[in-house]
Design a protein around this ligand. Structure first.
Ligand SMILES: [Zn+2]
Length: 155
């Protein structure tokens, strides 16, 4: 697994343990090149989902993109990383259990907003304000790039 900090490919697993009631394995990794530490999750993928954009274009569902947008909206919120991980897995499981492999992109946005609304109002408002301005929410990359954490006068 490549180090997300320095790009070194030779990283070490320090610890593996089941997470989220044994639906995934959490591995703590260490990069000997830069000393960076990061965590990866290994999980079963039940089905290969396809996102159908409103333009009709189809692309494979990308869990990382979903995760990125959610993490940005939750930045600096007092929410445990484990909880965020569980939430993302819950969203993916809902998508996987919808009975269709083709998921319209607005359905994903709605599910994310619904889930965020239950967990953290601030994160919900951040996500929803970008999402609703973003017509048809068609290009998820563009969406993620517009979803910026608020400037709280830090950093
Ligand atoms: Zn590194």
């Amino acid at each position: 697994m490549r180090c997300p900090f320095c790009g070194n490919v030779d990283t070490q697993v320090k610890d593996s343990r089941p997470a989220e009631d044994h639906v995934s394995i959490r591995r703590r990794r260490f990069c000997p090149a830069c000393g960076g530490r990061f965590t990866t999750y290994e999980r079963v993928q039940l089905r290969d989902l396809v996102v159908v954009k409103t333009s009709g274009k189809r692309e494979p569902f990308d869990r990382d993109k979903l995760e990125r947008s959610i993490r940005i909206s939750m930045q600096k919120r007092p929410i445990e990383p484990e909880r965020i991980e569980q939430m993302i897995s819950g969203i993916v499981r809902r998508l996987e259990s919808m009975g269709e492999t083709d998921i319209p992109s607005p359905v994903i946005g709605e599910i994310v907003m619904e889930t965020l609304a239950r967990i953290d109002t601030v994160a919900y408002v951040r996500f929803a304000s970008v999402y609703k301005n973003f017509q048809a929410a068609d290009d998820f990359d563009k969406f993620v790039s517009e979803l910026r954490p608020p400037n709280l006068g830090e950093d």
